[in-house]
Design a protein. Structure first.
Length: 390
């Protein structure tokens, strides 16, 4: 495609358009017009058509593009042919034909009104911020929540405005660059995560820019959407903080799905100091904990109802585990049933010192009872001391 830059400049002056007036009408910077008229840059097809329309000439006068026949002219010609063909018919036939045309017009008008109502309702009620721009990156429309986001009334007319109308300079430049990239690459931008322009970096959003194409596949506009994910980002930050706290705790936290399929989906990193195995071992094999770590004699203490969160009794179990080096530790595990039926949690801690102390005390108690019985039976003190240590 060739642009006749000298011819255009001549015709612009002939149409009495100064540089200032033409740029204002076209919505472009003076530097852009200068680049076009000095052949530093070739305008797009859409821009050439716009330029021809402004100065009132055919596109073929200023470029190698072919003129297109007006659809209105075609329709008018078809209508004239139709009128001439009806000229020889009787009045009743013409009236019947006319009535059918009127009915079709009324039906089409009704459908268009219904479509307009639906579109307006969608634009005004959807919670996603939404706008449409033309090929010049000028606004065509925007929904109410978009206007609310930039502190404007829903009656504000956005048509033919640019980003600088709505956003601070840096944010306007960034948004325009993203929209322009859709035209340059011929590809959409989907789910870019960043601050929503106009919110002073207070709202996080998923930002998407989608091309609008005509029937021949050429991009003629862009749709921009901003989905507010501020609450999700806050939740992610809180989750990260909680995970850091859990991983630095001596307690081990296990989170498991129980429906539709039993699966461990989280274990805190503090599991490795306690069990001697990294978290991945347990996440990759759901049976690893039970078959490898739990002391064989204590497996009977861990009934399936407790493991799957179905127990009606106390949710606490005390059992032994075997570490990779053969060391045996005592574990106290608490079952936490969530309000939902789909998840359960276990919180564990090492109680080895407590349990060993309990067993020492129990042994001493038993030895004392035995010594007492031996004394009651008249057994010599030295024999009692040798047998019980008491």
């Amino acid at each position: 495609m060739d642009f006749y830059f000298l011819k255009f400049k001549e015709l612009r002056k002939k149409a009495r358009f100064s540089v200032k007036d033409f740029c204002k009408e076209a919505g472009i910077a003076r530097s852009t017009l200068w680049e076009w008229e000095t052949n530093k840059r070739v305008p797009s097809e859409a821009s050439i058509k716009m330029m021809a329309q402004i100065i009132g000439v055919n596109v073929s006068d200023i470029s190698s593009l072919k003129d297109t026949v007006s659809k209105i002219d075609n329709k008018f010609s078809e209508s004239v042919d139709g009128w001439l063909s009806l000229g020889g018919r009787d009045i009743a036939f013409r009236q019947s034909k006319f009535d059918r045309i009127i009915n079709e017009i009324n039906s089409l008008n009704k459908e268009m009104n219904q479509a307009a109502v639906i579109i307006n309702a969608l634009l005004s009620t959807m919670r996603t911020m939404f706008y449409i721009k033309d090929a010049r990156l000028r606004y065509i429309t925007a929904n109410d929540i978009f206007l609310e986001n930039v502190s404007l009334n829903s009656s504000y007319k956005v048509a033919d405005k640019d980003d600088s109308t709505f956003f601070p300079i840096a944010e306007a430049r960034k948004n325009t660059e993203e929209d322009n990239k859709v035209f340059e690459t011929n590809q959409p931008l989907v789910n870019l995560e960043g601050y929503i322009p106009g919110t002073r970096k207070k709202k996080w959003g998923l930002i998407s820019k989608l091309p609008v194409r005509n029937s021949s596949g050429k991009i003629i506009g862009v749709v921009g959407t901003f989905v507010d994910i501020t609450e999700r980002k806050k939740a992610e930050e809180i989750r990260t903080l909680l995970e850091a706290a859990l991983n630095n705790s001596q307690h081990v936290v296990w989170l498991q799905y129980i429906f539709p399929k039993y699966k461990l989906f989280y274990v805190s990193e503090s599991v490795e100091p306690l069990y001697g195995y990294p978290a991945e071992k347990f996440l990759n094999d759901k049976d690893f904990w039970y078959k490898t770590c739990v002391f064989s004699e204590d497996r009977k203490l861990l009934d399936p109802d407790w493991i799957y969160g179905k127990t009606k009794t106390a949710g606490k179990r005390v059992f032994r585990i075997v570490k990779p080096d053969g060391e045996i530790r005592w574990i106290e595990s608490f079952l936490v049933n969530c309000s939902t039926d789909n998840y359960i949690a276990f919180v564990e801690r090492d109680v080895t010192e407590r349990e060993e102390h309990t067993y020492v005390n129990l042994g001493m108690k038993i030895r004392k009872e035995i010594a007492e019985k031996m004394r009651n039976n008249g057994i010599d003190f030295k024999i009692i001391k040798k047998c019980t240590g008491v």
